[in-house]
Ligand binder design. Structure first.
Ligand code: 13P
Length: 249
């Protein structure tokens, strides 16, 4: 069984005050869905919000969880500015995004460091969300498959596929309003699944997901959820995404 996971990635947005305001408005809008579905709903927030948000969701249905946006590979050490898996575990976190394209693009993340971070998350019982995706240039040069296969091959080396989520995020579709055609996202996610030893890994789509396209995305048979940036920052729009219209496959 593939579990659906609807995740928000808040990136570097929201102070604690703003995070509290978000949840005050958001929770009543999704309460019913949380109580009646098996979907995993997740918000990956900046580190400074994590302690407060974890204690906050302790009083909500268990399928609403909080995640982090990165984790270091060492348990501790002289790594200024980094956060380790034991630090996230201490907060009670169960999810972390790893290898987001913004980390790869702006902070020098490589497939090798992504792989090390994935291992550390798993070693400490945290489910990593591995992000993969091609640039516009790679797509235009018919390199989409080659790019993603390389990210998977190196990123997933010696990784337990029973404790893993993958997010396919074409870089050209992130924050641009330019969503990948749902058929194409479905095709690429199907190809990703074929590369895996465990075909039941949850594979999300990310890139300009919004209330207007969520139902169409979730109707695709290979797509097991979404990783949402901009539209997860506003309670009404993220609630509409969480409350997508399910279609039986
Ligand atoms: P947008 O939904 O803003 O395009 O961002 C997608 C993303 O990067 C999620 O991780």
């Amino acid at each position: 069984m593939r579990r659906i996971a609807i995740a928000g990635n808040w990136k570097m947005y929201k102070t604690q005050r703003e995070a509290k305001e978000f949840f005050t408005d958001f929770l009543p809008l999704v309460q019913n869905r949380l109580e009646t579905s098996e979907d995993q709903v997740l918000i990956c927030a900046p580190y400074t919000n994590l302690p407060f948000l974890v204690s906050f969701v302790a009083h909500t249905p268990a399928n609403l969880a909080i995640g982090a946006q990165n984790v270091h590979w060492a348990d501790s050490g002289a790594f200024t500015g980094e956060i380790s898996a034991p630090m996230l575990v201490e907060l009670g976190l169960k999810f972390v995004i790893i290898g987001h394209s913004e980390r790869r693009q702006f902070f020098g993340e490589t497939d090798a460091t992504v792989n090390q971070r994935l291992k550390s998350a798993q070693k400490h019982g945290i489910t990593p969300i591995l992000c993969v995706g091609e640039t516009k240039q790679q797509r235009d040069q018919n390199q989409t498959e080659a790019c993603i296969y390389a990210q998977l091959e190196h990123g997933l080396k010696d990784i337990d596929q029973n404790n893993l989520i993958i997010a396919y995020e074409p870089i050209w579709a992130i924050g641009t309003g330019d969503t990948c055609d749902t058929d194409e996202a479905n095709r690429v996610i199907g190809l990703i699944r074929k590369q895996l030893q465990n075909p039941n890994v949850t594979i999300q789509y990310g890139g300009s997901v919004k209330p207007e396209n969520i139902d169409e995305i979730m109707a695709q048979p290979e797509i097991d959820g979404v990783l949402v940036g901009g539209a997860s920052l506003e309670p009404v729009s993220f609630a509409r995404i969480v409350n997508y219209t399910a279609i039986a496959h």
